[in-house]
Design a protein around this ligand. Sequence first.
Ligand code: HEM
Length: 512
Amino acid sequence: MNGLTNPPGTWILVGCVLVSLVISRCKGTTGLPLPPGPKPLPLMGNLLQLNITRPWLTYTQWRKKYGDLIYFRLLGLDFIVVNSEKVARALMDQRSAIYSDRPFIATKKLFGVDFSTVMLPYHDSDWKLHRKMFHHALRVESASRYHDIHTKRIRPLLKDLLYDPSHFEVHIQRYIASNVMAFTYGYDVALPNDPIVATVKELVDILAKALSPERSAILSAFPILTRLPAWLPAAGSRRDAARARALAGHVLNVPLDLVKKNIAAGMATHSMVSDCLAQIDEKDDQQKQETAIKAAAATAFIAGFESSSSTLHTFILAMILYPDVQAKAQAEIDSVIGTTSRLPEFEDRPLLPYVDAILRELLRWIPVVPLGIPHATSKDDVYDGRFIPKGAFVINNVWAMSRDESKHGADIEEFRPERHLLASDRNLSLRPISADPIFGLGRRICPGRFTAEALIWIAIVNILATFRIVKSKDDLGGEIDVKREFTAGVAVHPVHFSCSFVSRSDERASAL
Ligand code: HEM
């Protein structure tokens, strides 16, 4: 039977299917289509098409088929993926009034982190208070006040790497934690196994696994997973949530109580928390202000710790995998500061463009937060003729942006700092590092970006000046292979590897 002789019922059926397909790709009153994307299944949406541990790989793959703005569904929730910086800027920066909210993450209270700046809704008065405090303490002019804090912590880091190289990951974490604790609370992390640092580390590990938007969507859709008795094998989420709540309570209260004790004893040093406590407006709700200070400070520690230490771990890995890059940077450093006991300082930075290019390439090569932190739309929007619904998760796929060959050039998976140097005069490209999408966009942009840049730069330049970072040797003298392998989660870091730190100058090493 050919099409012309089909009974009318068949045509009605085909028509209904077509109409329902069109309706499922349009939303709201505009009648405009949603952005393109993979076809969802009923209820589950696109769950089965997603690499749930490394979703950025799926989204980057989808870019080839669907482009820079993609729509998909996950367990009844709307997701928008932004795959290019151009579109991300058009939405997050130019329409920031619509794109600055956070999605509702049902699990944030369960995991005890609903206080965090990162989680607060855009219109929440606490979020505005937090941002005001961060602006005061961490804006570009304030960040340079912390240079002494960073410099003071460099010698202990280099000493730790020299005498106990096998635990380099722990030393880097301590360096970052002691910096963040110093400028946030005026607290000196003296012991290698400081209890507050250990608490934050454990909390961050749980959150990084549990609170990705994709996992949160699953936990929100199947809340039963968080209610199973803790002894059942499938009850990991409930156990993690209970542990995270206990740890978060500790991180919120213990360091703040220390600062208050120090203030009372007249021993408090200058810090974000002591400054904010001193500025509490007595005419306003004092309890609310103190709660906000406590929450913002704990957020700085949680948000700054993992991201910054993972970036330095990746730096060590890159230097082992790319010894030519390492040698080139060391030649540049030697030509500026010599090979005496002097260590590089912030004042040397303008003369060291290749080291700066290494930092830029580090942020591009393996973006530590490959999908940023999801934004959410606070009302319906239309972009480029496509309908974007209110309340959608908006994911900035920084991973895809960092792999844009039209912007970064060829050999995109290779670590090649030269791509950031202008060919003509070897000067750095003009955009400041703090404007890189790795630090987010729009009104939610990372307030710690200037501080992060400074404390990572000073560590990189000093490690390069002091050591040759090489592969470790086994008992037979053979080199132990190092692989380019990374963990998954909200933030990624290299899987543990071993390496050696060989001193480049006896004079410098003995002065540590
Ligand atoms: C390499 C280091 C770092 C990276 C790559 C990084 C990246 C990010 C990203 C991608 C966001 C989300 C931005 C958005 O929503 O568009 C963010 C938010 C945030 N970061 Fe950072 N960050 C780093 C270090 C730090 C440090 C050192 C601090 C504090 C001292 C900090 C404090 C925060 C806070 C408080 C937020 C929440 C902002 C909000 O929701 O309004 N970060 N960061």
